[in-house]
Design a protein around this ligand. Structure first.
Ligand code: FES
Length: 207
């Protein structure tokens, strides 16, 4: 296990606040979700060159893109540990698309964690990035192993290449944002962005 807390760069700054305010203080006595999700799992990592913190999230994903388990390892500050604890707990039983929405809602996470997290939004962002990377790893793998008739492009919303092509042709779409608006492709983890861009270029005759 890589967890090293509270020996972190912000220890002096946050030690007192953690025992006095916010969910962060509550999380430490009973830290949840530390470790590795059962195999096969999908891993995302993030790191900060500013403070040297490193976060790692592993996800086990079941049928219908539902996250069965989420675990983390971390070397970093107490706010980062608390953010990872909250995020990994929140995303269980959610679809990957729902989990993306939770991971990107930094304000809500910071509110749940308390004042110390609001002051350290870069730590919350680091936790979010690790989770999003893990979701993208899953999406890439699911796309690669897809054996349906139509090529799968957007794993988060189950959108095929054929659907995207026909939306572009029928509605004269020119941007990824327009494709997302019409069929949801790209509205989750965004790992399909480059593929949607390729389809846009191909259909619109820019190749
Ligand atoms: S694969 Fe996640 S948004 Fe398309």
């Amino acid at each position: 296990m890589i967890v090293r807390y509270p020996q972190d760069n912000h220890r002096g700054t946050f030690g007192f606040m953690l025992v006095n305010a916010g969910l962060a203080a509550e999380q430490f006595p009973n830290l949840k979700n530390v470790g590795e999700a059962a195999s096969p799992n999908f891993v995302g990592r993030s790191a900060s060159f500013t403070c040297g913190a490193v976060a790692r999230v592993s996800l086990q994903v079941g049928d219908g893109q539902h996250i069965v388990d989420a675990k983390f390892k971390v070397a970093g500050c107490s706010v980062l540990v608390a953010a990872l604890t909250v995020l990994t707990e929140q995303v269980k039983n959610k679809t990957t698309a729902e989990a993306v929405a939770l991971a990107e809602d930094l304000e809500t996470i910071e509110r749940r964690l308390g004042r110390e997290a609001v002051d350290r939004d870069d730590c919350v962002l680091l936790a979010s990035e690790a989770l999003l990377e893990a979701i993208r790893a899953y999406s890439d793998s699911a796309r690669e192993h897809w054996d349906g008739d139509d090529a799968l492009i957007c794993t988060c919303f189950g959108v095929s290449e054929r659907t995207i092509e026909s939306e572009i042709q029928n509605k004269n779409l020119n941007t990824i944002a327009e494709v997302t608006r019409e069929c949801n492709a790209g509205a989750g983890c965004r790992s399909c962005y480059s593929l949607i861009e390729d389809i846009l270029e191909e259909v619109n005759g820019k190749w």
